[in-house]
Design a protein around this ligand. Sequence first.
Ligand SMILES: [Ca+2]
Length: 132
Amino acid sequence: MKLLCALLLLPFFFEGLLAQCPSPSNLLNDAGEKLCARMFEHSNIYFEQSCGGSFLDAKNGDDFPYMPLGWGNKISSLVVANRCTLKVWSKSAKGGNNRTFNAGVVYQLKDYSNGLFGDWNDSIQSYYCTCT
Ligand SMILES: [Ca+2]
C-alpha cells in the first residue's frame, strides 16, 4: 500500500520540480510588491519548463547600467509585466546592441537575434525597466 501511494504521488513530485514562467498580468515578488520584470538564469526548449534557476527582479524605474553582481551574461528567459517595458543592452554601461521587450513571456532569449549572428541568451549586460 505504501508503495502504491508513492507511485501515485510521483508525478506530482516531478511536476513540482518543473519551473513555470509567471504570468505578466500578476508579476509580484514574495513580499507582494508589483514587479516590472523578472529575469531568469535558465530557459528550456520545453516552454512549460522555462524560467528556471535563480531569478533577478526589476521594479518600475530600475536602471542598471551595470548588472548586479553575478548577473552579467547570465539571463536566459524573462517575463515583463503588463504595461511595462524592459530595455536591455549587450554591453555594460548601456553599450553594444539593445532591444526592448514589451509585456509578455520570453521563454528563450536564444530565439531573439542580437546583431547579425548572435542572440540574446546570456548576453544582457545592462537593463532599464519602466511601467506606465
Ligand atoms: Ca543562462
